[in-house]
Design a protein around this ligand. Structure first.
Ligand code: SF4
Length: 283
């Protein structure tokens, strides 16, 4: 895709593709020269004004990353999720795509777990322990997440765990919008390769980035969303997308343990959908 594309046309095209994604249309093909194509009407609705959608959810597709999302990916024709994840990791490389690469990260925290998992957990970004060990959710919050997973009657090795951004934000600050928008296409590709039945967004940052919805946790929790990652092929007969649920981030639950009961309700909803039986109660 030429980087010299007229900015207005580029913006209009990105808006139109985002609009199609909201309708559940993900597959596009190239016909002819874009420069000779007719102008595209921009859609009036901006993402900041986007109302909460009831059933169709797709990750944020911005003007800046839309062409990245639409570019054919090396894993697209690979059926084995282990090989697919490996190809995504190789594509990520020693990533310098956003400013987090030069703000003190020790390493990229790609993701961990079962490449064929029915259940995926997505947090916002690595903390100090994760940055040190190269694995998501290994500190105190990770310990609590492990207990939550155990309480669902499964093991950490059974699920896949990743974050919206793969490098530690300095001082554990919230990842900024441009960082999330630059990094999240790799998360979308991971989800597309793993093809989980359920994705659980841990906390507001993960939820808002996955759902492209700006709403408080009280509105985001308590229901399933139909989720198809941006860039995934809706025509893939082996996967029609995942259910997405939102619950509190374990780090928040450590600060406010009174909310553990609410988080447990969210997980019970997921367990019911997946047919899981609880073994233990959360700590
Ligand atoms: S956060 Fe993601 S996009 Fe930014 S440098 Fe790290 S891997 Fe690259």
């Amino acid at each position: 895709m030429p980087s010299t594309l007229d900015p207005d046309l580029r913006r209009a095209l990105a808006e139109r593709i985002r609009y199609y994604h909201e309708l559940g249309i993900y597959d596009f093909y190239w016909r002819g020269n874009l420069r000779s194509a007719p102008a595209v009407d921009p859609q009036p609705e901006s993402r900041d004004q986007m109302p909460a959608r009831k059933s169709i959810a797709a990750a944020v597709t911005t003007e800046e990353n839309i062409f990245e999302v639409l570019t054919p990916k090396p894993e697209h024709n690979v059926a084995d999720p282990v090989a697919g994840l490996q190809l995504i990791r190789e594509d990520l490389g020693d990533c310098t795509r956003c400013k987090l690469h030069k703000q003190g990260r020790k390493q990229i925290v790609f993701g961990v777990g079962n490449p064929r998992a029915d259940l995926m957990f997505v947090g916002e970004g690595p903390g100090a322990d994760e940055d040190m060990q190269g694995e998501p959710f290994v500190g105190r919050a990770g310990h609590l997440l492990n207990n939550m997973i155990k309480a669902m009657g499964i093991r950490r090795e059974d699920v896949y765990i990743a974050n919206v951004v793969k490098c530690r934000p300095p001082g554990n600050r919230t990842p900024e919008r441009d960082e999330c928008e630059t990094c999240s296409p790799f998360l979308m590709r991971q989800i597309t390769v793993i093809k989980p039945k359920v994705v659980v967004a841990l906390g507001a940052v993960a939820a808002k980035n996955l759902l492209a919805m700006n709403a408080p946790m009280s509105e985001l929790r308590g229901r399933f969303y139909d989720f198809m990652p941006t860039g995934a092929r809706s025509s893939d007969p082996s996967w029609q997308g995942a259910k997405l649920a939102v619950t509190y981030h374990p780090a928040f639950l450590l600060r406010d343990p009174r909310q553990k009961g609410e988080a447990w309700k969210d997980l019970q909803m997921v367990m019911k959908f997946l047919g899981l039986k609880p073994l233990l109660k959360t700590e």
